[in-house]
Design a protein around this ligand. Structure first.
Ligand code: TRP
Ligand code: ZN
Length: 863
């Protein structure tokens, strides 16, 4: 977050071992919102071969009070806004530093800050240096003892990592707590929480029979929304024991919810801190999607305890080592929680949709980077869908190549070799390769080359011999003009040839051919089944064959994929869906053997952001309208079927968040949308009735969304009612803002959404300092409503620029996320580009841009 005029670029190739290590840390923190005092005693050790080197500690936004070496005050040091340098040090010594910071003024939400009167920390990636001077890098691992002191009335609960070893009354209304974490950890995993919080707790027995105390800490008003998070935690603990033989290592594991948070959640050792959005859930306020997100984020952070904490990253270029692997683990966990094979496919499709909608554009834009980047200006900008979601795909491909058992062997070896260490992506792949005697040298290009590979598929069928030629390529990305061939695992099956079963083909050359002789007729190729590789297929498969895949493929993913391709062709070519396709779709909608959740995904058209990637010049309004055209046809042609689906998928009785009931609700609410889209006149009343009688958020919000998006007559009244009903529940008010920011545009009045957003910006409930609220209005409008945001005029882009600038001064991370909205500006038609470019330039001319925003804007302008 350093505010520098000339940006500093950090290179992976510059890695050097630290000149000093820190064996143990003893923190004593007096928590006062205006001025918190931190006394930090560290046992330091000079590394071999670093004689005469100074000690350069990181430190930001602190007031240095004193420095002591072995108890003696030191007055000779160099202090800059980012560092503290000490010279002439012995090989082993105690370093004691006292400093102060101002948590209540900290709007960046990095380091120590105050949210709603309570203290929280966020140290990943480089937040610990805002709390004390330190070697704030992940390869410096120490054991921590932490003494927290505070006024007991204001801060009755004092939490930190590890085990509580002492609590004391100190007089004058003060009290203290001492926490000890037995596991050495990097500073980014440090955490403290202090304030008025309450917990639900449970004790469980882990695999080896040990008792574990589990707690979920929230503000007292939220205690009735903690059960689902607790259930998810228990399920995660069990799953990691069963699937990977990994047990919880601490006696106590805590989750804490906070309303002001930059991202989803943080895996601090034994003390996970969560955005309230990913903890709190009860039927009346959380949707099925929210329930699913709570489950997967709780799992994600818990799984980090092994993949991230016990084995951590050597440096931040290795971020995907922990994030890609942990996303893979949480995706697998969530898939298993679905409870059926078809449920697993639903989860897979959802994950691939995210990858294509967000990661593919990133991989094709100015911020493209390999999952293990070679350089960065601001590490916070590299917590990306590439590092996380593509990183997960790269781990998944290793499982596909090695098989589930082989992958497990690799994981076992990884922990056997590296438990307690800070390692690299190379170490991970080496464990996989060595445990299976498989050469993964070429595979490792997935770690070093950016861009989404394309695989061209060409078929021939001559006198009984079927041939398919696969040719790979990868577009240039910033700094990488030429790419070497990837090692691409492609699952495929020839349909129509009864003898054929699913095969794995390892595409390693630029071009390879598969030959199958002795066939009586040309088979239909089902390839990249279950999305076995994160690639784009250039495959002009005839419509008649796609129709066969849609009807018959035994791979649920490719069945869905066939529908997506057919829809996409129709949208991009501006032609209507033909009668045969419509009747096949009707049969699918009515097929009792298929999961409602699968049907919901099948009938959801490709997102606009994914459609943008299919054309060389983006005309966003043309794409928006073409997509609506096709959806309108689906709605109208199947109107009777949607009515049937709506009635058939009701879930009477008390709310249950399980996958089966959630699937029914999602299809039912899609049906309601389709009925509205078809112009079915009773939709207004049906939606209003659903809104009024709903006993859960999915149904209440689902109905409200239809009323608002189609401007039905009950829309305004229900919007006001919704606000009134939930005005004291921040997460629901976020939904209220987001719905209006993402509402479908009126094609006759395309600026109405902006007008509404500008009014909401002045609403008393809007608070730009709260990231969830800022995202619910500003990011939602600029990033999740392409039809409304991308207009061939200056207004919306100027709105975007002004908010990037405003947020830049408050919270650079939240600002930099918003700044990504114009990444792909070069791809847009000229009448959009001009306005985008001036908005980008307007930001770039501002003084005091954070390194976060500066990096994003510069890279966009230089593309
Ligand atoms: N490591 C966290 C996760 O993926 C995410 C994270 C990184 C984060 N940096 C953060 C969260 C800053 C909040 C703020 O689980
Ligand atoms: Zn993570």
């Amino acid at each position: 977050m350093a505010r520098t005029e000339t940006p500093v670029t950090f290179l992976r190739s510059d890695y050097k071992e630290p000149a000093f290590t820190i064996k143990s840390v003893d923190l004593d923190i007096a928590l006062i919102p205006a001025r918190t005092i931190v006394v930090n005693r560290m046992m330091m050790q000079r590394s071999a071969g670093s004689q005469n080197q100074p000690l350069v500690l990181h430190g930001e936004e602190q007031e240095l009070v004193s420095v002591r070496v072995n108890g003696e005050i030191i007055r000779e040091y160099e202090l800059t806004p980012q560092s503290l340098t000490l010279h002439n040090l012995p090989d082993n010594f105690e370093l004691s530093i006292t400093s102060a910071n101002a948590p209540e003024k900290n709007t960046t939400l990095m380091g120590l800050y105050v949210s709603n009167g309570n203290f929280f920390t966020q140290c990943e990636a480089e937040g610990f240096r805002r709390i004390t001077y330190f070697l704030d890098r992940p390869d410096v691992m120490a054991t921590y003892q932490v003494t927290l002191r505070a006024l007991k009335n204001d801060f009755p609960v004092l939490l930190s990592n590890g085990n509580l070893i002492k609590q004391e009354e100190l007089g004058n209304g003060w009290h203290s707590a001492v926490w000890q974490d037995p596991f050495p950890k990097p500073s980014y995993l440090f955490a403290l929480v202090a304030g008025k919080l309450q917990a639900i707790q449970r004790t469980i027995k882990s695999q080896s029979g040990k008792e574990k105390l589990l707690q979920v800490w929230v503000e007292s008003k939220d205690l009735d929304k903690t059960e689902h998070a607790m259930d998810s935690l228990i399920a995660s603990i069990k799953w990691d024991e069963e699937r990977f033989g990994l047990e919880l290592d601490l006696d106590r594991f805590m989750i804490v919810a906070v309303g002001d948070f930059n991202m989803g959640a943080m895996e601090n050792k034994g003390l996970n801190i969560f955005n309230t959005k990913f903890v709190l859930a009860k039927p009346e306020t959380a949707s099925d999607v929210d329930y699913g997100n709570v489950e997967s984020v709780v799992a994600h952070e818990y799984f980090h305890n092994w993949t991230g904490n016990r084995v951590t990253c050597r440096d931040w270029f290795q971020l995907s080592l922990k994030e890609g692997l942990t996303v893979f683990r949480d995706q697998e966990f969530s898939a298993d929680q679905m409870g059926s094979e078809s449920g697993r496919a639903v989860k897979r499709i959802e994950d691939v949709r995210v990858l294509r909608q967000v990661q593919f554009p990133e991989d094709a834009g100015p911020m493209a980077h390999p999952i293990r980047p070679d350089s960065y200006q601001e590490i916070n900008n590299f917590y990306t869908v590439t590092v996380y979601e593509k990183g997960s795909e790269v781990v998944r491909m290793q499982q596909t190549l090695l098989g589930r058992e082989g992958f497990r062997k690799g994981m076992d070896l990884y922990f056997k070799r590296h438990d307690g260490q800070a390692v690299t992506c190379d170490d991970f792949v080496a464990a996989m390769a060595d445990a299976n005697q498989k050469d993964l040298t070429q595979f490792k290009r997935w770690y070093s080359q950016a861009g989404t590979p394309r695989v061209k598929v060409e078929e021939s069928f001559v006198s009984g011999t079927y041939q398919v030629t696969l040719t790979q390529s990868c577009p240039a990305t910033p700094g990488q003009d030429k790419k070497e061939p990837f090692h691409i695992p492609l699952l495929y099956r020839l349909i129509g040839d009864s003898a054929s079963s699913e095969q794995l083909f390892e595409l390693t050359e630029s071009s390879q051919t598969i030959t199958v002789p002795g066939l009586s007729k040309k088979p239909v190729l089902s390839i990249n089944r279950n999305f076995s590789a994160p690639v784009v297929l250039d495959f002009e498969q005839p419509e008649s064959e796609l129709l066969i895949l849609l009807k018959e493929d035994d791979d649920a993913f490719n069945r869905w994929e066939a529908a997506q391709k057919l829809f996409m062709r129709s949208i991009l070519n501006g032609k209507a869906l033909d009668a045969e396709l419509v009747s096949a779709l009707r049969a699918i909608l009515r097929d009792a053997a298929l999961d409602p959740a699968f049907k919901d995904l099948l009938f959801t058209l490709p997102a606009e952001s994914y459609l943008y990637e299919q054309v060389s010049v983006i005309d966003p309004q043309a794409i928006h309208q073409a997509r609506r055209q096709v959806r309108g046809q689906l709605a109208t042609a199947l109107q009777d079927d949607w009515l049937w689906a709506y009635q058939e998928h009701q879930t009477p009785g008390s709310y249950k968040p399980d996958a089966k009931s959630a699937g029914k609700r999602s299809l039912k609410n899609l049906a309601l949308n389709m009925l509205a889209d078809s112009g079915y006149t009773k939709t207004d009343d049906i939606a209003f009735a659903q809104y009024q009688s709903a006993n859960n958020m999915t149904d209440q919000y689902g109905a409200l969304a239809v009323l608002v998006n189609f401007s039905l007559s009950h829309a305004q009244a229900c919007l006001s009612n919704f606000h009134e009903q939930f005005k004291s529940d921040a997460l629901v008010i976020d939904k209220w803002f987001a719905l209006q920011a993402t509402r479908q545009i009126d094609l006759q009045d395309t600026s109405a959404v902006l007008t509404n957003v500008l009014a909401l910006r002045k609403h008393p409930d809007f608070n730009i300092k709260n990231p969830n609220r800022a995202r619910s209005l500003i990011h939602a409008f600029c990033m999740n409503n392409p039809g409304a945001f991308h207009q061939p005029s200056a207004e919306t882009y100027q709105f975007w620029a002004e908010h990037v600038i405003e947020l830049n001064h408050i919270n650079p991370q939240v600002a930099a996320r918003l700044a990504r909205a114009l990444d792909r500006w070069k791809q847009f038609a000229p009448n959009y580009q001009v306005h985008m470019k001036s908005a980008l330039e307007f930001i770039s001319k501002q003084m005091n841009l954070s390194s976060d925003v500066a990096e994003v804007i510069q890279k966009a302008l230089n593309s």
